[in-house]
Design a protein around this ligand. Structure first.
Ligand code: SF4
Length: 440
């Protein structure tokens, strides 16, 4: 029996390594360790291998190993003393852990924010404003004959996206895969020429460089051309693009952090106008539906950031940056988002559920984080640039524990427990904190 557990091959494994949530992975274990990951994906393989080592203690106080009950008691003391706590993260969790985090935030009167505020928060604000014509990735695979990547580099961030869904995949109405599609890549002038469609290569049919902050202007030109309005100064590639858009059977634009002006977009300064760029693109996509079928999709980064949006939405009515300190939820990105709250030194305790985006916080936010008590719940082997007051190593959903994660197109997929571990899930830790909190 033990032999069976230690040496085995699991098929149809769901990989939470990125928002693609590929559910066709084959994982081979030898002597309880991962020996093979297939099909090839360096990002996914690294994700499973990094988290599968279970040498870290279950709990630590100021970096020194302790037992679970002591860590829970210490955390409860910190929670009882806090005036304006913040709960942040959740995108590598799973629906049960996210639900437990909202319940704790409600009980202790905290702000709860997800990693969306560091990545596609501006896109969420845009779609709240203008709506979104959207689809599943299965629809793209089967129908899309025009695929546009705008402000994202799929080969680096979502290595199997092109193979499984958008470019090379053969579908019902795209029987020749790559030959059934026209692919366009739009991005920053100094980057886009080097972008590939997948790690094994592949060039777009049309590459359009955009000057810094030039996305809005290009989208405005496309909207005017779609209406038949004459516009001066339009470049030849933009004229080609509008013809491709009008004449396709089914178009999809996947847009990324480059368009949303996110803090996590490597090498760029975050902008305050990302939601305006995305709103303009979503309006263009809606207007294209007067002449053909056209949809838009965000390229979500972390494995279950879409799940975090969904759980917060169904529990509080808002997707991120929610303040429950007054006993009812209030939503205001910028005011209640983690980076800005910490920058203004307003929170006096931070519970971090998955710390992978903390290095992208501003210097001022990270400095304040180091000066206040922190309770960190995270997977094994995640490096931190500070020592938390209390830390819990938690079971990895999809490897050590079962759960549910949402793919980037909001399709929920089951995660399975494949390997034993000594760690509790974040749901267990957060539920224990909720049960022990007296609040007097
Ligand atoms: S593309 Fe993303 S979800 Fe798919 S195997 Fe690679 S890391 Fe995992």
């Amino acid at each position: 029996m033990l032999e069976l557990c230690l040496n085995k091959t699991e098929i149809h494994v769901t990989c939470p390594g990125c928002g693609c949530l590929c559910d066709d992975v084959e994982l081979t274990f030898a002597e309880g360790r991962i020996s093979k990951f297939a099909p090839q994906c360096a990002l996914g393989e690294r994700w499973f291998r990094n988290h599968s080592e279970v040498t870290q203690p279950v709990a630590e106080l100021e970096g020194i190993a302790t037992d679970y009950d002591t860590a829970v008691r210490q955390s409860l003391e910190l929670l009882e003393q806090a005036d304006y706590p913040l709960i942040y993260g959740l995108s590598r969790s799973s629906s049960p852990g996210q639900r437990a985090a909202v319940a704790l935030a409600d009980r202790i009167g905290a702000v709860i924010d997800t990693t969306a505020s560091m990545c596609h928060g501006p896109s969420i604000m845009a779609l709240q404003e203008v709506g979104e014509v959207t689809c599943t990735l299965g629809e793209v695979r089967n129908r899309a004959d025009l695929v546009i990547f705008w402000g994202c580099h799929p080969a680096a961030s979502h290595p199997r996206h092109a193979d499984r869904y958008s470019v090379f995949a053969k579908g019902r109405f795209t029987p020749d895969g790559r030959d059934s599609r026209i692919v366009v890549m739009i991005g920053e002038a100094n980057k886009v020429a080097a972008w590939k469609l997948s790690p094994s290569g592949g060039e777009a049919d049309l590459v359009i460089p955009v000057p810094l902050d030039g996305d809005f202007e290009m989208i405005a030109q496309l909207r005017a051309l779609l209406r038949g309005t004459h516009v001066d100064g339009v470049t030849e590639p933009v004229l080609q693009l509008i013809e491709l858009m009008k004449n396709c059977h089914y178009g999809i634009v996947f847009f990324g952090l480059g368009l949303a002006g996110s803090r996590m977009w490597e090498g760029s300064q975050p902008t305050n106008s990302g939601h305006i760029h995305v709103a303009a693109l979503l309006q263009l996509v809606a207007e294209l539906n007067a002449v053909t079928r056209f949809t838009a999709r965000r390229m979500r980064m972390q494995g279950d950031v879409s799940g975090a949006d969904n759980v917060l939405l169904w529990q509080t009515g808002y997707p991120f940056a929610v303040d429950i300190a007054r006993g009812y939820p209030r939503y205001n990105p910028g005011e209640f988002s983690a980076n800005e709250l910490l920058e203004r030194c307003e929170s006096d305790l931070c519970v971090i559920v998955g710390a992978e985006t903390i290095p992208h916080f501003s210097r001022a936010a990270r400095d304040h984080l180091k000066s206040i008590p922190t309770i960190v719940l995270d997977y094994p082997n995640v490096p931190l640039e500070f020592t938390p007051t209390v830390s819990f190593t938690t079971a990895v959903y999809g490897l050590h524990a079962a759960g549910t994660a949402y793919r980037m197109d909001n399709v929920p997929l089951p995660l399975r427990a494949l390997q034993p571990s000594p760690y509790p899930t974040d749901e267990v830790v957060l539920t224990d904190l909720l049960a022990g909190f007296r609040g007097d």
